[in-house]
Design a protein around this ligand. Structure first.
Ligand code: IPM
Ligand code: MG
Length: 374
């Protein structure tokens, strides 16, 4: 039976409107092909909200997101708003949205698509061992949300950002890490800096307390600097990484790059309910905005994650992922994933969306046994 869902749509800045436009094309196709109804509610956030309303996330915009069943986001920010004070920047809108929605668990898969193995900057021998892991990043705590101060003391300017975690915050994200690992290959790597930071020492303790409840999961600890090295040295060793907010921000960019392009990586952010925030992990790329050059796949796969995790529409989500797989198999590539294979065909953002829609129609009509689940 068809479902009816309201989706708050944040197109945002730079390439945001283009990539979200293609994700909506796919959601509309899913609705039509599988008999669902998706209602969209446009939300201004980021630079565009600053320009229109003088605030990166006006209260009524957050309200719209809280009323929706889920939220789809493109990207926010750009040079235009660089000079603005910290608490009024476009990114602040995103942080307030994450906190306001209570989505503390950010799930960022790093999986190599076999068609794009050549685009990875890693040596072939490393890539061939397989890259398929997931970073579970704590998203509403730590240094991103701690007390901050900028001032002057003894004739010198200073600035301070506090990193603070409560055991409750650590336990709930740790639990997501264990639950996720349990559904995958049963390996959880907790990443911290316990040789220096008190926050990390508490993190490590709480993770090990939790481990007793999950005997089927193997927990290992890794220092964040070593993890940054291991991700390029032998990414096949990882299944699920769980880490705090800022470490997760940095490691997930690194992890995405080894899969070929940051443009391919979706993400989900969830709290205790089913309402999630879904966004590609890349930024707003203002340098290529409005030129039909962006890769919409990260956003389209984010919409697929929404179907699966917020709406429980697993078959539809798999069909979207398989449609992406099919289009890559046919050789269509946006500029960022073009590589050197002369058989590949370069397409723009819109055509990539159209091709994926066509593949989805094909799959809905003919089925597709492949499982490319992310
Ligand atoms: C990300 C981004 C954001 C973050 C910025 C835009 C605030 O880099 O989602 O990874 O640091 O969380
Ligand atoms: Mg980031």
């Amino acid at each position: 039976m068809g479902v009816q869902k309201t989706i708050a749509v944040i197109r945002g800045d730079g390439i945001g409107p283009e990539i979200v436009g293609e994700a909506l094309r796919i959601l509309n196709a899913v609705a039509k092909l599988y008999g669902h109804t998706f209602l969209y509610d446009d939300v201004d956030m980021g630079g565009i909200a600053i320009d229109k309303w003088g605030d990166p996330l006006p209260a009524e915009m957050l309200e719209k997101c809280l009323r929706a069943d889920s939220v789809l986001l493109g990207a926010v920010g750009g040079k235009k708003w660089d000079g603005i004070p910290g608490d009024k920047r476009p990114e602040k809108g995103l942080l307030r949205l994450r906190a306001g929605m209570g989505v503390y668990a950010n799930n960022r898969p790093a999986k190599i698509w076999r068609q794009l193995a050549d685009a990875s900057p890693l040596k072939k021998a490393i890539v061939e061992k397989g890259i398929d892991f997931l970073i579970v990043r704590e998203l509403t705590g730590g240094i991103y949300f701690g007390a901050r101060q900028t001032g002057e003391e003894n004739g010198e300017r200073y600035a301070a950002d506090e990193m603070r975690y409560t055991e409750k915050e650590i336990r709930r994200i740790g639990r997501i890490g264990f639950e996720t690992a349990r559904k995958r290959r049963g390996k959880l790597c907790s990443v911290e800096k316990s040789n220096v930071l008190d926050c990390s020492r508490l993190w490590k303790k709480v993770l090990h307390e939790l481990a007793e409840e999950y005997p089927e999961v193997t927990l290992t600890d890794m220092l964040v600097d070593n993890c940054a090295m291991q991700i390029v040295k032998d990414p096949s060793q990882f299944d699920v990484i769980v880490t705090e907010n800022m470490f997760g921000d940095i490691l997930s960019d690194e992890a995405s790059m080894i899969t070929g392009s940051i443009g391919m990586i979706p993400s989900s952010s969830l709290g205790d309910g089913t309402r999630g925030l879904y966004e590609p992990i890349h930024g707003s790329a203002p340098d290529i905005a409005g030129q039909d050059l962006a890769n919409p796949i990260g956003t389209i796969l984010s919409a697929a994650m929404m179907l699966k995790y917020s709406f429980d529409l697993t078959e539809e989500a798999d069909a979207v992922e398989n449609a992406v797989d099919r289009v890559l198999e046919q050789g269509y590539r946006t500029a960022d994933i073009l590589g050197s294979d002369p058989a590949c065909i370069r397409v723009g953002c819109r055509e990539m969306g159209e091709r994926i829609e066509a593949a989805l129609r094909f799959i809905a009509a003919n089925g597709n046994g492949k499982d490319t689940t992310i």
